[in-house]
Write a protein that binds this ligand. Sequence first.
Ligand SMILES: CC/C=C\C/C=C\C/C=C\C/C=C\C/C=C\CCCC(=O)SCCNC(=O)CCNC(=O)[C@H](O)C(C)(C)COP(=O)(O)OP(=O)(O)OC[C@H]1O[C@@H](n2cnc3c(N)ncnc32)[C@H](O)[C@@H]1OP(=O)(O)O
Ligand SMILES: Cc1cc2nc3c(=O)[nH]c(=O)nc-3n(C[C@H](O)[C@H](O)[C@H](O)COP(=O)(O)OP(=O)(O)OC[C@H]3O[C@@H](n4cnc5c(N)ncnc54)[C@H](O)[C@@H]3O)c2cc1C
Length: 664
Amino acid sequence: MEGDDNLAHERNKAEFDVNEMKIVWAGSRQAFEVSNRMSRLVASDPVFDKSNRAVMTRKELFKNTLRKSAHAWKLINELCLSDEESTIFKYFMDQPGFLDLHWRMFVPAIKGQGTEEQKQKWLPLANKMQIIGCYAQTELGHGSNVQGLETTATFNPQTDQFILHSPTQTSSKWWPGGLGKVSTHAVVYARLITNGKDHGVHGFIVQLRNLDDHSPLPGITIGDIGVKFGNGAYNSMDNGFLMFDKFCIPRDQMLMRLSKVTREGKYVPSDVPRQLMYGTMVSVRQTIVSNASVAMARAVCIATRYSAVRRQFGSQNGGVETQVIDYKTQQNRLFPLLASAYAFRFVGEWLKWLYTDVTQRLEASDFATLPEAHACTAGLKSMTTSATSDGIEECRKLCGGHGYLWCSGLPELFAVYVPACTYEGDNVVLQLQVARFLMKTVAQLSSGNAPAGTTAYMGRAKHLLQCRSSIQKAEDWLNPAMVLEAFEARALRMAVSCANNLKKFENQEQGFSELLADLVEAGIAHCQLIVVSKFIAKLERDIKGKGVKNQLKNLCYIYALHLIHKHLGDFLSTNTITPEQASLANNQLRSLYSQLRPNAVALVDAFDYTDHYLGSVLGRYDGNVYPKLFEEALKDPLNDSVVPDGYHEYIRPFIKQDLRSARL
Ligand SMILES: CC/C=C\C/C=C\C/C=C\C/C=C\C/C=C\CCCC(=O)SCCNC(=O)CCNC(=O)[C@H](O)C(C)(C)COP(=O)(O)OP(=O)(O)OC[C@H]1O[C@@H](n2cnc3c(N)ncnc32)[C@H](O)[C@@H]1OP(=O)(O)O
Ligand SMILES: Cc1cc2nc3c(=O)[nH]c(=O)nc-3n(C[C@H](O)[C@H](O)[C@H](O)COP(=O)(O)OP(=O)(O)OC[C@H]3O[C@@H](n4cnc5c(N)ncnc54)[C@H](O)[C@@H]3O)c2cc1C
């Protein structure tokens, strides 16, 4: 059977309304319409071609990224795209570049931390891209430990200026995207010093380059930090370094919405939590969770379509071979990833709601939910990006040898995606923030304060610490209350166990250091509970379309039960479930895989990705894999000539020498 026949046959088997599922995936009919229109607008424009990124030199790749960015900006203006449309348009361009940092970090940092006057001055320039900015926080010596940054901003009352200085090599800014070659400005984080006193890290708007000829301003040393992981991939981005040599900026370029420095040099501390200075990171972490679902879905779409096209073994007397998607091992690796894509989509929707809610509360000076918003954004960013990076690599392996070809789309996707485990906060460091939050919540349980939000379940500690799961048969694992209770009991018991172990240490910080590995596991268990509970909550909503809810139910329970299988040690060692109940979960999982199987291709079609966005010969919508693999191979520069360059210098001498010695 040809690839296109295979996929047509698969699509005919679907038991649900794919068009309605596309709307559930997009979040609304309007969101679907925008996403569908933007992705096709990008795909139809030859400037956004991605086919030869792997064979470009770094300079060619970078210049091509500039060209694409300029073209995108022109189209956004000509077509008067809304903010929503242009964000999605840039996303489907699928080319990491300075635009990401300008729009997602530089502009939000000014919006979040600037005064009204500062916003009025800088935002119109930034919104028209008359200045281009980046987010310069990380240094050569410190990234995770923001309080350990070394760059100084010393107030000089004589000139009413701050003097920015990099006192050591390790204080050089190192990593900011867009800094190396493009940005004219940056929001720079530096230690504020007034009257000889260090007030800790604060943000400053700093001009880096001359607006006439793009040369660095005197006192500024700047450049690109060099080639990063993978061919093409994130190398389109100019991650940069930056050193200040007593570089002066006016006082009104300190971002002063939170704390201030007066003309006399008096420091006026903020009367709101100083952590609001970290607001840009919280906002980006929230978007990274939604983007995890997009990246996971992309890899899964490729692996699912290819698994339906690919056949190995199983033919009798020359008949057709088995589609590899029919092997239970393939399903056991692939279907939980498909379920994870949907799970991350829905938790991303919820996190967006939580972020909007906390933002509105902060505007009304209600800071009560800030710790929870920080814990949720940090923990879910960590958990979903780790799972997605691993998932993309698993999808590559699911595609066998061809998955290793660049044209499968998976190597580049992995190389672009994997730094998400590090940027915007190292995933272990962020998970430890969740653990701290959990330890505080556990410590307060005896005080009578009922925990709220995502830790509300801890308020039922008495029950959850002693309950035994009442699962008796495999179908019980489709009962939402029973599944939730298992996840809640496991998460609470792991957190309480850490808290009890902490008590054994006289010094709590030393205890925390000793128990770091267990604390990370407790944080992950709590985050997995959030994802499972938000998926279950989604099922309780009104979901339209023939068979759509049924498919989502299958995906939800595949997500939950595969986690039980993967983290069985946690569930058994906390006595949350028995080995027999674990075995029933496995039986149910196998049954769910069989139910999902005929719908697998349609479930990835529901992502509505264009072939342009997928960028994969293996994941093509028409399944026409083999002829296109040949086409791709023939395009490789090595195939430009039949006899390769270097033959006469380096191959022929071997052969001729061998011949001579053979005659002797
Ligand atoms: C093109 C890209 C292709 C694909 C991308 C796909 C999707 C991407 C989508 C969008 C992104 C677009 C482009 C981006 C691409 C890359 C961008 C990368 C940008 C960066 O990496 S910027 C640098 C990020 N750096 C970090 O994240 C540093 C991590 N460290 C920290 O955040 C903190 O220092 C800390 C959390 C480790 C805290 O350490 P600490 O406890 O020592 O800190 P403090 O003393 O400062 O704080 C104590 C107190 O405060 C609480 N706290 C900490 N942070 C926050 C917060 N943000 N909000 C609220 N509260 C916070 C902390 O819990 C403590 O509380 P406690 O009660 O006192 O215990
Ligand atoms: C592609 C990319 C783009 C980036 N873009 C930007 C940008 O635009 N702007 C910007 O300012 N920065 C940017 N960064 C920097 C990024 O934010 C940092 O690299 C990140 O915050 C991690 O910090 P680090 O590099 O100091 O890691 P480190 O903290 O040095 O981590 C090294 C190891 O130590 C472990 N570790 C560290 N602290 C602890 C702890 N307390 N407990 C347990 N383990 C710990 C970590 O888990 C990790 O395994 C970017 C980075 C990358 C890779």
